[in-house]
Design a protein around this ligand. Sequence first.
Ligand SMILES: Cc1cc2nc3c(=O)[nH]c(=O)nc-3n(C[C@H](O)[C@H](O)[C@H](O)COP(=O)(O)OP(=O)(O)OC[C@H]3O[C@@H](n4cnc5c(N)ncnc54)[C@H](O)[C@@H]3O)c2cc1C
Length: 366
Amino acid sequence: MTARAIIIGGGLAGGAAAARLAALGARPLLLEREAAAHDKVCGEFLSIEATRHLTALGLDIARLGGAPIGEVVLHAGRRSARAALPFVATGVTRRRLDAALLDHAESLGAEVRRGVGVRHLGEGRAVTTQGDTDAGTLLLATGKHDLRGEGRDPAGTIQGLIGFKMFFRSPSLARRLAGRVEVTGFAHGYAGLQPVEEDRLNLCLVIDRDHYRRLGGTWPSLFTALLAEPGLAVLGNAEALLDKPMAIAAIPYGYLAAPRDDGVWRLGDQAAVIPSFCGDGMAMAVHGGRLAADMLAAGATPAAFQTQLRRDVGRQVRLATRLQRLAGTSLGRFALVAGLGAVPAALTLLARWTRVEPAALARAAV
Ligand SMILES: Cc1cc2nc3c(=O)[nH]c(=O)nc-3n(C[C@H](O)[C@H](O)[C@H](O)COP(=O)(O)OP(=O)(O)OC[C@H]3O[C@@H](n4cnc5c(N)ncnc54)[C@H](O)[C@@H]3O)c2cc1C
């Protein structure tokens, strides 16, 4: 590895790449536009694959104080299905997790510059809010945000969805949700509700933008509609912990970056976007970050990396995207919940099929 690695974005993909490169003896530069730890639109369901990857990178997840989650309950109208997860996951905020990973990467020797936004890429450099970097190997890990000139091709992806996240506190609801994530499917969207650290509850949802507008196009009008769902009615008595929800537009579910030889390594959501209900986007981000670091250190090309990453996560992204399309119709939604309610083992199987390949984890010695 000769040129210095310049990682753009300090989420889980960028943080994992930085930590791994530093552990391999390099001194990568990571640029993160936010100056301090921050919240993100995310369900904050950290799967076992993500935990294993982060642990292998040297991050102690237990120290973060998250909430253990071993069961999933699906709701569609008055129907529900429940199943044990084939693993114990953790509910932990991105504010805490991502900051811990960046600190860890720094402790291993990565140079982390916070509060530096990258405007665009040019001639092997990052053009930032604070001037240009030296030329280096560029790793693009800006997550949901596309850099100018680096937009993701939306062909074949699910379009028009927006995401919201709100934290709540409610002792009675916390008791019901202890050890559990609940996913409610509703017309034109779905919501995940689960505990995270410090007795907070995370409600994270995606909804079709046009339907959101039809509901009134405001958080209060959306929230009123959500309270009409039997699985979410309990939120009516919970205390909202943010002044307003966090929101994200244009999530290209189903996106898989094609291998390109333009010298840029694309990681995390810049490489693959799996529908959120799977709760494995973070694992894929960490997996890709680590894989990129290993392949970069071994002298591989970005195209070879992108091809390998598609092998590792492509099937899962395609399956989850088909399921999300199915759940988008009310008939499909009720059929899914009825079918999974009748055969809980199928839910466990689905949870397995939409996760990072065990073989890929084994290859990464995780
Ligand atoms: C609604 C929703 C719910 C989800 N729920 C879950 C879940 O429960 N479990 C799960 O595993 N996955 C979930 N995901 C997926 C998960 O959030 C992503 O897959 C994961 O965050 C991708 O990590 P990343 O590092 O690619 O991007 P991010 O985590 O988004 O990090 C990107 C970083 O880049 C920085 N950045 C952006 N632009 C610039 C710039 N120009 N210059 C410098 N820095 C920049 C940002 O500030 C950010 O810190 C969910 C996604 C959505 C949309």
